[in-house]
Design a protein around this ligand. Sequence first.
Ligand code: ARG
Ligand code: ZN
Length: 427
Amino acid sequence: MIIFLLLLVGTGAFRLPDDMPVDYSGYKTLRIALESNKLKDLVALMVENEVVSIMDEGLGDEIDILVSGLEYPGLLDSLTSAGASYQILSEDVGADIEEEKQELLRAVPGVFDFNNYYAVKYQHSHIDALVARHPDQAETFSIGQTYEGREMKVIRISNDLANADNKPMIWVDGGIHAREWISSHTVLYIANALLSEIETGLKSQVNAMLDKYQFVILPMSNPDGYEYSRTHNRMWRKTRRPSGCKYGYTRPDGSCYYGQCYGIDPNRNFDADFGKKGVSSNPCSDVYPGKQAFSEKNTQAMRDFLLKHKSNLALYLSFHSYSQLFLKPIGFDINPPKDSAVHDAAGAAAVNAIYQTHGMAYKNIRSVELYPTSGSSADWIYLEGVTNAYTIELRDTGRYGFRLPTSQIIPTGEENIRGFIALVNTL
Ligand code: ARG
Ligand code: ZN
């Protein structure tokens, strides 16, 4: 009986209902060096069969994976016999997440500071509070709704906002991937710094930027996924719309053989070389791009707003985590694009300013050097003619990964407002 159940778990036929919280007790994260093709194939097979899931694909041939306590001994056997070198990043992901839950409980009701991660509704009410305090410099509006009906709420900031329509626009987004909690909070930190709600010691520089540009800031680009990552599955990455049947195996009556899948990867859903590289056709995969580009309401909302303003867009900047990288176009072509000299200078300025702040090294690379992908937001807007289009992968380099401790929110904000100012000054 037990063996039978294990077999079912192994094939993925037995799936937990989607509304049950996922418990990561005993799960580990490992960094594996994929030094041979044999090893790459082995890990790819384990990913496809859901023995492990990918957290991050690092530079070179490194990959960070998540594995349950049950599968761990078998994984070690396979890795050892394949001669793989690996390193354990977290011994117990469940314990890490438990620690984080305790941190979340420490939030003071009604207070939004950068000592904690906040639910979408508090991020949104924080934006409202900023606008109320700075009516001449800030306004808020929604660029659309998500599948589950949440607002895609932006804050627009400039000096003399009423007359800012013709200033060049700078777009900043975060939260495209649900589990990358630090990204929305860093973007909110930048909004606060622009409005001098945070003492950065950079007021005159910020003021010059606010004279020259209008900033449109979307901290939370995938609110459905983010809420799900808070309440059900800390490692959730995608959106939340039902996306199809596992492996595409649908019964004639429309039900699924192996279970219903949810979500598409929003950063594979943009129309840039759509559906070709770094994607999976399995709707349950973390990198499922959707049936066609812009199939999702949240990416549609971003597309419609950005297209309307593209001729005026001086910079597109998207925050993700983790790995500490400044990623330049293009993600699917190994050849440097025509603007690569501009990109190199922009990235160099940003990573240098970041490094000067707390000594954190962020690498300045083309995104294809990390791993090739199609359908990212930055590549799409770059192909639409916006020369400066970048993605920043925030802290850390793997120990905590997506579960960055709350004590690092402020330092991450401090280094990235400086990186941001340096970047804008290259435009
Ligand atoms: N980690 C992000 C993602 O997987 C960034 C991708 C950047 N593009 C690339 N070609 N690596 O969506
Ligand atoms: Zn991401």
